[in-house]
Design a protein around this ligand. Structure first.
Ligand code: NAD
Ligand code: ZN
Length: 347
């Protein structure tokens, strides 16, 4: 038995408990035991921490939560061939079944039987995790460890941004949370003409500035629609990247996408939406890309190349680092929205 510290959702109530747990060291033939170095906190973990309606429906207790991590391969199952002991690895957090029609046709990222690490099964807020080798992605040591642990949300930003051509386009990003902030730099590097951002929180407005936004609109003090039109010769933007999960932000965003434009939708809304889809979408001839996760492993390859070659600097986004013991400080600061990505150091 492996004895380890882990952050556990012990009972169906808010918070976590840091405690010693045991895990069998036996591995399935395709499984890998990873010793975790860093984890980072995602919005999903905040839902589980707060124990909101979504978490209450989705999470079975007791469970170890968390899914964003970087670690080192500690042991491998008998049939594992893609990684070996000592390799530094990051991981896709969507575990595909490998058998469904999507998996068999090169679309594992939309697997019908997807299992999510730290949501549908024990996650990574611990010293070790066991995952099937298919989700692991080997990285070399030139990628700073603190950037490696946020490669999963960086992949969200890449997938959402690069699902369409951005070169020479005017782009609106609604929401400059960690993922929106990363998308700013990606869009700039992809050659976007103008990257406009809407974001109400002061901390995140600063973050958007550091990541290179051309114009930042605070929807609490300014009209997003007026300002976008004014800055795009009255035409509106070619592409909307929705990264806020806020209905008003999405609606304003749709208002200012030019006819025939494209929308890439990452944000997760807290309930059903109600707006004029005929007027805002259909009769404008928009194209909508629903984004879930990252492409396996095209997105990871791009993420690796961007970081390895220092094309994109994630240091403004990775704003806080705490020891695992101080997890509560990390969650509280995320909860207030006064951070970019928060890392918990496990090792
Ligand atoms: P986040 O919650 O930290 O960021 C959202 C940002 O939107 C915040 O900074 C918030 O202040 C801002 N916002 C709120 N109201 C706004 C408004 N009216 N106009 C503009 N901005 C507004 O989340 P994140 O980690 O950066 O993730 C972004 C979104 O993507 C979230 O909705 C998250 O749930 C979702 N997400 C989706 C996937 C997927 O696979 N589809 C994966 C990860 C995250
Ligand atoms: Zn599948």
């Amino acid at each position: 038995m492996i004895k380890m510290r882990a952050l556990v959702k012990e009972k169906p109530e808010p918070g976590f408990v840091l405690k010693e747990v045991q895990m069998s060291e036996n591995l399935e033939p395709d499984e890998v035991l990873v010793k975790i170095k860093n984890v980072s906190i995602c919005g999903t973990d905040l839902h589980i921490y707060r124990w909101d309606e979504w978490a209450q429906k989705k999470i079975k207790t007791p469970q170890i939560d968390g899914h964003e991590f970087v670690g080192e391969v500690a042991d491998i199952g008998s049939q594992v061939s893609m990684v070996k002991k000592g390799d530094t690895v990051v991981s896709e957090t969507h575990i595909p079944c490998k058998h469904c029609i999507q998996c068999r046709t090169g679309r594992m990222h939309v697997c019908k039987n997807l299992e999510i690490l730290g949501v549908d099964r024990d996650g990574v807020f611990a010293e070790y995790v066991k995952v099937p080798e298919i989700v692991l992605w080997k990285i070399d040591k030139s990628i700073p460890i603190d950037f490696a642990s946020v490669m999963e949300p960086f992949g969200n930003a890449i997938h959402t941004s690069l699902v369409t051509e951005l070169t020479g386009k005017n782009v609106l990003i609604t929401g400059a949370g960690p993922i929106g902030a990363m998308a700013i730099a990606i869009a700039k590097h992809a050659g976007a003409a103008k990257v406009i951002v809407s974001e109400p929180k002061e901390y995140r407005i600063e973050l958007a500035k550091k990541m290179g936004a051309d114009l930042i609109i605070n929807p609490q003090t300014d009209s997003v629609i007026d300002k976008v039109l004014k800055n795009t010769d009255g035409n509106g933007v070619d592409v909307l990247l929705e990264m806020s999960g806020n209905e008003k932000a999405f609606r304003d965003g749709l208002e200012v996408v030019t006819n025939g434009g494209e929308v890439s939708l990452l944000g997760v809304f807290s309930g059903n939406l109600s707006f004029d889809i005929n007027g805002l979408f259909t009769f404008k001839g928009l194209t909508l890309h629903g984004i879930t996760g990252r492409k396996m492993f095209e997105t990871w390859n791009i993420a690796t190349n961007l970081l390895k070659n220092k094309i994109i600097d994630l240091s403004p986004v990775v704003t806080h680092k705490f020891k695992l013991e101080d997890w509560q400080k990390g969650f509280e600061i995320m909860n207030k929205g006064e951070s970019g990505k928060v890392i918990l150091q496990v090792e």
